[in-house]
Write a protein that binds this ligand. Structure first.
Ligand SMILES: [Zn+2]
Length: 99
């Protein structure tokens, strides 16, 4: 009885490990893509055959900040309001730049 129940569990654990490995591989690829985007000109984006990315990219650029966010005047990153620690003549600075 014990050996009968042990086999399926071992199988599913192996399957899970496989899935985790695949997830990790996917994440690594995604991160590599992000690094690539940051270091190379946007021109590379338009080579994509899918044609779905450009619109997503555009909406991200058009909406730099939400109502509860601000753009740091020092690092130009969009930060959440909770990270706003200093405001000077309408210029806002995040906790990372001021910390
Ligand atoms: Zn900043």
């Amino acid at each position: 009885m014990a050996s009968e129940s042990a086999a399926p569990v071992a199988m599913s654990e192996a399957e899970r490990a496989k899935e985790i490995a695949q997830l990790k591989a996917g994440k690594t690829a995604a991160m590599a893509n992000m690094v690539d985007e940051a270091e190379t000109p946007l021109a590379e984006e338009y080579v994509l055959p899918g044609g779905e990315a450009p619109q997503e990219e555009a909406s991200v650029e058009i909406l730099p900040e939400q109502a509860d966010e601000f753009t740091c005047a020092s690092c130009f990153m969009v930060r959440h309001r909770t990270q706003l620690v200093r405001e000077d003549n309408g210029q806002k600075f995040c906790s990372e730049c001021e910390g």
